[in-house]
Design a binder for this molecule. Structure first.
Ligand code: UDP
Ligand code: MG
Length: 344
């Protein structure tokens, strides 16, 4: 009989205890949604017949989200918690969840039940067919104003034109990622986490499945229009250098026109002599060029700001505490925590 070295045994054990499927859920003031979410999610996960875990990320909630997550964890130890030290925003909360999730596949889903958990089995099926990214495509969006819709369409059109990667329409963070993809994303050092762009940038075999987006279960969306606008600017500047480079072209065109105008004025002055009026043309060129220069400076500032935050190299998020992350995944068959406790 071969003696298994301690280290190797530990690693096989760790592998056996690893979840096959991790569900990452970000929570920001979602206390009222927690019971309904797990009531729907857990039976579906149990029905899959594979070892699963939920990695719930509490993104600095001010309500009792954490306490309710703790209650859920006590009832089902496979529900694990990452408690961030403050609100870092959804994208970073998801990064924290992805970093700690141990599954061979990871699915990200919103806490407000806008992403129906019933879509999960179909995602798993596609994953088993060999797809490494299965993104859910929204077929109806219920909560968007007309202005938001127009702006979002404009953003997509611009992004496709300017960036190196396309963005599939109607998709978001609701998706399954294979372990390979999760490892690549975890290894990406950038602080500007424009996840939509990152999902597309990583490549791999990707496919989409449709889902119908529900209305928010409780509470309000945390994305005001201004927040979305900033997300859009972040996305564009993180995935395209076009806004930086276009000014070389604009500058060349303006200089060329200015040169022609200078020649024209010189000749006119030589032939017809000096005429003093010219206030309008001076004002117009000064204002126009001033505007263009300020705009350019602003765009430079945007990129420099981004470089600054990358150079500082601060961590993406700070974890106050984690709960249950060393616990075994659930197979849907083991007794609940309470029963286990009485047996010990
Ligand atoms: N969220 C988060 N941190 C934030 C904002 C939102 O973790 O700073 C979570 C939120 O709890 C929810 C998900 O991200 O689970 C989507 O948020 P929301 O429903 O507000 O966005 P929408 O569905 O309107 O895009
Ligand atoms: Mg929502």
């Amino acid at each position: 009989m071969r003696l298994i070295p301690e280290a190797e045994r530990a690693s096989t054990l760790a592998r056996a205890e690893r979840a096959q499927l991790s569900i990452v859920v970000p929570f920001y003031n979602e206390a009222t949604n927690i019971p309904a979410l797990f009531a729907r999610l857990v039976p579906i996960l149990d029905g899959l017949g594979i070892a699963w875990e939920v990695v719930a990320v509490n993104d600095g909630s001010a309500d009792d989200t954490f306490d309710r997550l703790m209650a859920a964890h006590r009832g089902k130890p496979a529900i694990k918690i990452i408690d961030l030290s403050r609100n870092f925003g959804k994208e970073r909360a998801l990064s924290a969840g992805l970093a700690k999730a141990s599954g061979d596949a990871v699915i990200m889903i919103d806490a407000d039940l806008q992403h129906p958990p019933e879509t999960i089995p179909a995602m798993i099926e596609k994953w088993r067919e060999g797809y490494e990214v299965v993104y859910a495509v929204r077929i109806a969006r219920t909560d968007q104003t007309r202005l938001a819709r127009v702006l979002s369409r404009l953003f997509y059109a611009m992004f496709d034109r300017l960036s190196e990667v396309p963005l599939p329409r109607g998709t978001g963070d609701f998706r399954l990622l294979d372990r390979k993809v999760v490892d690549v994303i975890n290894g990406m050092p950038e602080r500007t986490r424009f996840m939509k762009g990152i999902y597309s940038w990583v490549g791999f075999r990707q496919t989409g499945i449709p889902y119908e987006e529900a209305a928010r279960h409780e509470g309000q969306s945390k994305w005001p229009l201004w927040g979305l606008f900033q997300l859009g600017v972040d996305g564009l500047t993180a995935f395209s250098n076009f806004p930086l480079r276009v000014w070389t072209f604009v500058g060349a065109v303006v200089s060329g026109l200015a040169f022609l105008y200078i020649v024209f004025r010189l000749l006119r002055t030589l032939i017809y002599g000096i005429d003093v009026p010219g206030y309008e043309s001076i004002i117009m060129t000064t204002l126009f060029l001033g505007g263009v220069q300020l705009l350019t400076l602003g765009i430079l500032g945007d990129y420099i700001g981004r470089i600054f935050s990358e150079v500082k190299g601060r961590p993406l998020y700070v974890i106050r505490t984690t709960v249950g992350l060393d616990e075994a995944p659930s197979t849907g068959r083991e007794p609940a925590a309470a029963d286990r406790a009485t047996k010990i």
